[in-house]
Design a protein around this ligand. Structure first.
Ligand SMILES: [Zn+2]
Length: 315
């Protein structure tokens, strides 16, 4: 039996048969997603908060690559965060250049996406790095195979389409040299269509590519965080952070944190005052009741079995 508080939705869970890949919370979160949010929390706040506990900091800018709605919606409440898609609005294709947004992001999240980006994947990693501020970071979950080998399935992809042929899909590719290539050994994740697996990473190649794309440091989450149901087994690739420089909170965000703390203190003061006034109100009510109970009309009513009964209120 595994007990934990989900850091996405805040639910307390007790799971009989715990496994890393399937969802282990009613919100749909699994170990990888919770690990990603744990990494985000540690990097921003140096403590592992649930999403609900994240302070609201609208001067922190984040981008999601097709993040799951379950946590994307909460991130959008907390930060200046936009979940983006490469095939629909709000659209952001990381294989294209977006000079107008360079150096503007505090964080980018890429959950199970890097294996689906058309080659060369370096192009997207470099673009990600350029979109980040000098102290920004990229949070990643991606499958890495145990043999630590990069398997690029379609290295010569150029102009291509997946086409239905009979019961299955095939890939038709016109290489840059004009040659035609047809492949039927396709692997799709979570359905068909846009989720074609382009490659399988090995952890070493992934690290190398991140360092080559302008990141300075790659930090893998290797320890379990049992309190949040983050328990790794041998099959799960470790979620990681790719940093440029170590994250530093900008001054505007620090200001927001101070404001938030101040507002919380004001709210506590107000609630204390309210409690105090309710207490004195109840005292005065009790005094009124005991006076009423002593009046001769009430006594008379009681004698003939009608009227209010204050006995339940007597302490
Ligand atoms: Zn949950």
């Amino acid at each position: 039996m595994v007990s934990f508080v989900c850091n996405i939705c805040g639910r307390f869970n007790q799971v009989e048969q715990f496994a890393t890949e399937p969802a282990t919370c009613a919100c749909g979160s699994n170990v990888r997603v919770r690990a990603l949010i744990h990494l985000l929390s540690m990097e921003l706040f140096d403590r592992s908060l649930t999403l609900a506990e994240f302070p609201k900091l609208k001067s922190i800018r984040g981008i999601g690559m097709s993040d799951k709605e379950g946590y994307a919606a909460i991130l959008a409440e907390k930060f200046d965060y936009t979940n983006t898609y490469y095939d629909r609005e709000p659209r952001l294709d990381f294989t294209e250049t977006h000079t107008e947004h360079y150096g503007t992001c505090d964080f980018i999240l890429s959950a199970d996406v890097l294996e689906h980006i058309a080659p060369p994947v370096e192009r997207a990693l470099e673009e990600t790095s350029r979109l980040l501020k000098p102290h920004g970071f990229l949070g990643i979950t991606v499958y890495c195979n145990p043999s630590d080998t990069l398997r690029e399935h379609f290295p010569d992809l150029h102009t291509y389409r997946t086409v239905a042929l009979g019961d299955s899909l095939i890939l038709v590719n016109r290489r840059a040299d004009g040659g035609l290539e047809i492949r039927e050994d396709l692997v799709f994740h979570g359905g068909t269509g846009e989720t074609l697996e382009m490659r399988e990473f090995g952890i070493t190649s992934l690290k190398q590519k991140l360092l080559g794309a302008g990141f300075r440091d790659v930090h893998l989450l290797t320890e379990n965080i049992p309190a949040h149901g983050i328990l790794f087994d041998d099959d799960v690739s470790q979620p990681l952070l790719a940093r440029k420089e170590r994250f530093i909170m900008n001054r505007a965000a620090v200001g927001e944190l101070i404001d938030e703390r101040r507002a919380a203190q004001t709210e506590i003061d107000r609630l204390q005052e309210e409690t105090e006034s309710l207490r004195s109100e109840s005292q005065s009510l009790r005094a009124q009741m005991s006076m009423a109970a002593g009046s001769r009309w009430i006594k008379l009513g009681r004698k003939i079995g009608v009227g209010p009964d204050f006995s339940a209120n007597k302490r």
